[in-house]
Design a protein around this ligand. Structure first.
Ligand code: FMN
Length: 185
């Protein structure tokens, strides 16, 4: 096994190692308006009910729309949408109609009013189930109440933000399934 020689690393930048869950697009709707934002700061919290926690800055237009409507959709984009993902994260719904500008197609959900993004590989319809950490951390706890995922390709080429404008693109799959306790799979 390899032993790594290390140097001090800035604590403020450790997110570059922890963050690489897939970048997601969060869509929302309120009073006839729709919006999309790019989000990297999210985490799985529970299997059942299916809970996701995420940090959405209170300065974002999406924050108010999601807090008031108590709903949103988490959409999983793939590599082909990388430029839109960056563009959507670099402008605000207060100035830009993002579905039109980024040529994305809103699709009606089944359980929430927020639109699904047709061009994304998977869409998770969510309800806000705990807003108690909003004042201190802008942290939403969401329950996924309906999920839609493409069957092909089997493994999507998701993109993973590493900070400083750098993305990793998901690649080689390796299975260690035989080493797992079944309940941990
Ligand atoms: C790669 C990337 C990741 C981002 N991750 C987050 C995040 O996790 N939380 C957040 O509040 N903003 C995040 N942002 C910033 C928002 O997407 C950005 O502020 C956006 O303009 C908000 O749009 P809105 O005002 O229409 O809601 C990210 C932006 C990029 C480009």
């Amino acid at each position: 096994m390899r032993a790594f020689a290390k140097k001090d690393f800035p604590v403020s930048k450790i997110r570059r190692f922890l963050e690489p869950g897939p970048i997601v697009l969060v869509s929302s709707a309120w009073k006839g308006e729709t919006n999309i934002m790019t989000m990297g700061w999210h985490t799985v919290m529970e299997f059942e009910p299916s809970l996701i926690g995420c940090m959405i800055s209170s300065g974002n237009r999406s924050f108010g729309m999601i807090r008031t409507s108590k709903q949103c959709v988490i959409n999983i984009p793939t590599f082909d949408l990388a430029k839109q993902v960056v563009g959507i994260g670099n402008c605000s719904g207060t100035e830009v109609a993002k579905f039109e500008k980024f040529e994305l197609t809103p699709v009606k959900g089944t359980k929430v009013e927020a639109p699904l993004i047709k061009e994304c590989y998977a869409n998770f319809e969510c309800r806000v189930v705990d807003a108690s950490l909003l004042p201190k951390y802008s942290f939403f706890v969401l329950e996924v109440v309906k999920a839609h995922a493409a069957a092909s390709p089997k493994v999507p080429r998701t993109i993973h933000y590493r900070g400083d404008g750098q993305f990793m693109v998901s690649g080689r799959e390796v299975s260690f399934r035989k080493l797992f306790r079944p309940e941990n799979l």
